[in-house]
Design a protein around this ligand. Structure first.
Ligand SMILES: [Zn+2]
Length: 121
């Protein structure tokens, strides 16, 4: 299953990051998924939840930042969320737009709780 592989690599990234913060705890990972990435966010969440159980990384939450297809209007320069490739610009009505995003599949950021007292500089 495609989504299981994705969930597994997200968890690997969390493990790698956790080694950088030996006294902290990664408690949230935010994954950005574009509408065109061909990934089912619910399935990724489900697989991730299953993998986290018993991994020693709990508690660890996965948050998905879902991004719709993005276009930039060639006529007026406005960026907008497009329903499909023929979507017209909401600003000027032009159908001449360039694809600019919505196919992402990446870790946006991790949130780490620092368990150690802050080091004095
Ligand atoms: Zn426009």
């Amino acid at each position: 299953m495609h989504e299981m592989g994705i969930a597994s690599s997200v968890l690997d990234a969390v493990r790698a990051e956790a080694r950088r913060f030996p006294n902290g705890h990664v408690y949230k990972v935010v994954l950005r998924i574009g509408a065109l990435a061909g990934v089912d966010p619910d399935a990724v969440s489900f697989c991730f939840g299953a993998l986290v159980l018993g991994s020693g990384l709990e508690p660890l939450a996965l948050e998905i930042e879902y991004r719709s297809r993005q276009h930039v209007c060639a006529a007026c320069g406005r960026s907008f969320a497009a329903a499909n490739e023929d979507s017209a610009c909401p600003e000027c009505g032009s159908a001449d737009a360039v694809f600019s995003g919505g196919d992402e599949l990446e870790i946006a950021y991790l949130e780490v709780e620092d368990g150690a007292p802050a080091a004095r500089a």
